[in-house]
Design a protein around this ligand. Structure first.
Ligand SMILES: Nc1ncnc2c1ncn2[C@@H]1O[C@H](COP(=O)(O)OP(=O)(O)O)[C@@H](O)[C@H]1O
Ligand SMILES: N[C@@H](CCC(=O)OP(=O)(O)O)C(=O)O
Length: 372
């Protein structure tokens, strides 16, 4: 099986900081223009594209007189605030050259876990695409705190590809393929990954150019795994090869889809880095919630850990510690502690009618076996 990128109707293209910025910490206008020209080849063929672009922090370094990525979060936020504006100004100019508009979409994890804001993000992206605009996504680094950060745009791009039902994910970096070991140490390129086992002999090293990228190959392979598990192919290559790739050349590494296409929202939940707490359930509840895909009722809950509010994401675990699912709790941790182990009628009598709802509704739950 192969993937004909020229037939794709909708693509998510992620480009890393190292491909857009110069070593001294400014935007490489030449690299950015080349990327935009390559994207335009796709648009001219009628392919809808969503660009997930890193580079805000790196682009903000030079204007602030910093020579490398600061360790301090507030300084990173400041650099991102300065750099993101500059990045978008460049994209806006480069796409305008082709008569296209761009739309900036800055996301935080929080925006994507709550139903209302998740639906908002999806609606905004769909509308931008329908209007012929190129959405340019980045994490909202200026306000994202350490606990709520995606942290890397590879995963954000993978989840976006699921969200908008893209036909493929393209990861553009400063390296032309996945290698069986860090290229600096003399690894060889891999043309395709068909199943997870193909990755068993591969050594994934950290980021390349000192202090520029964030996740290195680990987060790129994770991103490829997320989409392929959801039936979407991915290709990893360098930004310099983008034009050839979009013309149909089989450059870089192809990750073939393994799973079936599934609900995008459950993918967001399943691949979130952090949850606010966990709810432990008994074996009967595991059977009902995981086996029969029912909502989680208070009666099956044995323990509650952490501190969460209604609407926060929690892990749903069994006594053995296995995380079976993730979901949005309809109640705060304090409330679930009071409800724990009680049957619906008892909840009504003791706490009131409002407490007779499921603690996690089945529609608000991602069963991990099915999504990872
Ligand atoms: N097995 C590997 N195959 C390819 N590249 C690797 C591997 N292990 C580590 N790397 C490094 O990962 C880097 C890309 O990651 P990163 O610097 O985070 O880029 P980006 O800014 O594009 O996200 C490459 O420059 C390469 O040096
Ligand atoms: N959101 C951050 C980038 C985070 C990130 O994943 O960077 P990279 O590894 O270069 O794709 C920024 O714009 O600086």
């Amino acid at each position: 099986m192969n993937w004909d990128i020229t037939a794709a109707k909708r693509l998510v293209i992620k480009v890393g900081s190292s491909s857009l910025t110069t070593l001294d910490g400014g935007i490489s206008v030449q690299a950015l223009n080349r990327l935009v020209d390559a994207c335009q080849q796709l648009r001219a063929r009628g392919t809808e594209i969503v660009l997930v672009s890193s580079g805000a922090i790196a682009a903000g370094l030079a204007p602030l007189g910093l020579d490398r990525r600061p360790a301090d979060l507030a300084a990173q936020q400041a650099a991102a605030a300065v750099g993101q504006g500059q990045l978008l100004a460049h994209y806006s100019r480069a796409f305008a050259h082709h008569g296209a508009q761009v739309g900036q979409v800055l996301l935080t994890v929080e925006d994507l876990i709550r139903r209302a804001t998740y639906v908002n993000a999806l609606r905004a992206l769909e509308k931008l695409l329908a209007l012929g605009v190129v959405p340019i996504i980045n994490e909202n680094d200026a306000v994202a705190t350490a606990e709520i950060r995606f942290g890397d745009n590879d995963r954000l791009a993978a989840l976006t590809a699921n969200l908008i039902h893209a036909d493929g994910l393209v990861l553009l970096s400063d390296v032309d393929a996945l290698y069986d070991g860090p290229p600096a140490e003399g690894g060889s390129p891999i043309a395709r990954i068909e199943r997870t086992e193909d990755l068993s002999g591969v050594t994934l090293g950290p980021r390349g150019r000192a202090g520029i990228g964030t996740g290195g190959m680990v987060t790129k392979v994770e991103a490829a795994n997320i989409v392929t598990a959801h039936g979407i192919p991915a290709r990893l290559t360098s930004a310099a090869q983008a034009a050839a790739l979009f013309d149909g050349a089989e450059v870089g590494t192809l990750f073939l889809p393994r799973g079936k296409r599934r609900g995008a929202r459950s993918a967001w939940l399943a691949h979130l880095a952090h949850t606010k707490g966990s709810i432990t359930i008994d074996t009967g509840a595991v059977e009902a919630v995981i086996g029969a895909r029912r909502s989680l009722l208070a009666a099956g809950i044995t323990e509650v850990t952490g501190s969460f509010e209604a609407g926060d994401v929690v892990d749903i675990t069994s006594g053995t510690g296995t995380v079976h699912a993730r979901g949005l709790s309809s109640f705060s941790a304090e409330e679930v502690r009071r409800m724990r182990g009680k049957k619906t009628a008892q909840l009504g009598e003791e706490l009131g009618e409002d407490y007779q709802r499921p603690v996690v509704h089945t529609d608000d739950m991602a069963r991990l076996e099915a999504t990872r």
